[in-house]
Design a protein around this ligand. Sequence first.
Ligand SMILES: NC(=O)c1ccc[n+]([C@@H]2O[C@H](COP(=O)([O-])OP(=O)(O)OC[C@H]3O[C@@H](n4cnc5c(N)ncnc54)[C@H](OP(=O)(O)O)[C@@H]3O)[C@@H](O)[C@H]2O)c1
Length: 395
Amino acid sequence: MGLLKLGFQNQRLHFLRFIPQSFNVSTPTSFWVQNLNNTTQHSALSYTPRSKPVIAKALSTEAAAKVQPAKMVKAIRVHELGGPEVLKWEDVELGELKEGEIRIKNKAVGLNFIDIYFRKGVYKAATMPFTPGMEAVGEVIAVGPGLTGRKVGDIVAYAGIPMGAYAEEQILPADKVVPVPPSVDPIIAASIMLKGMTAQFLVRRCFKVESGHTVLVHAAAGGVGSLLCQWANALGATVIGTVSTKEKAAQAKEDGCHHVIIYKEEDFVSRVNEITSGKGVEVVYDSVGKDTFQGSLACLKPCGYMVSFGQSSGTPEPVPLPALGAKSLFLTRPSLMQYTSTRDELLKTAGEVFANIASGVLRARVNHKYPLSQAAQAHEDLENRRTSGSVVLLP
Ligand SMILES: NC(=O)c1ccc[n+]([C@@H]2O[C@H](COP(=O)([O-])OP(=O)(O)OC[C@H]3O[C@@H](n4cnc5c(N)ncnc54)[C@H](OP(=O)(O)O)[C@@H]3O)[C@@H](O)[C@H]2O)c1
């Protein structure tokens, strides 16, 4: 036990010392790191804008030869908003590649709670029908005109917009993908791309967790929650996690929670009060929303940070400003999209996640795999709190 703990601490020190300052580390991740730096130096990172005559020339020769005709692939489609049953497995036509785009054959697709929000209409999809999914890892099988720095055979990952990952193949802007280091299995990569980058921005940028802090993480055994607890622990914080069952509590403990509260059985506000001797916590990472929001505010110490980053139980009630005044609290409702909006941010964020997976600071928990065609079952299980860790859909 002692040895395990020591090993983990060493990894943490390694991570703390090197990763935030620079990606030039001579660790097993150096290949990936070098890749990132190379990509960064090359203008727009993978897409090189050209003047019109050059584009015309490229189209008539090599690049045109790379463009493949439109083809049919299987994908999940949503024609009407509703329950998991609206997820239909259908043939869809992929358009032709445009400038700056790549076509990827997906190896694994990450399932995220946001997919449920879009399916139900909590968030509005830009088109109808639409293909859900915001996280995937695949192999590049075609490259559009005007692209350098991406080639057929590359294994790449993406998280976020454009939506459409629930498909055997998809077309993506090349500047939205990042290379997956060879040391990271594609299924693992698909399980931590969106969730791991979320954990990264939450503990390293939105509120910077430091040694000595006490943090409260709701849904600590969930996809994001599992990674958040591990990362906050690695940064030296005392981690309090909430979960719904004993099984999830055991997992949260393994993931670095010093205290686990089963919030279906215990009042988490009183328990946090006990654990912190009435002082409260520096930050609450609250993705549960409606059912926990008010209690989370009560758990904060003066000048604490309320980070409301999701609403798995429903949207919280609006907060009157005076409710924050009593303890001079900070309230933020952050989104991964804003924290990875530039190419540089995306590469750095993904780079830290992959480096921590490769060095063992973070452990990915791929606790559930479903065939992509059975996405409806996966949605039902996630929505009904039957999953823990990450859920991956396999095309
Ligand atoms: N803001 C961002 O950029 C961002 C990015 C990624 C994810 N998120 C948010 O982070 C949250 C976690 O996402 P995830 O994909 O990793 O899902 P997840 O945490 O694996 O699944 C949701 C978990 O929430 C808990 N929960 C509590 N009340 C619930 C209820 N009424 N219905 C369903 N679940 C409930 C359950 O854990 P227990 O059984 O232990 O209670 C459940 O397992 C979501 O709210 C998501 O929207 C936000």
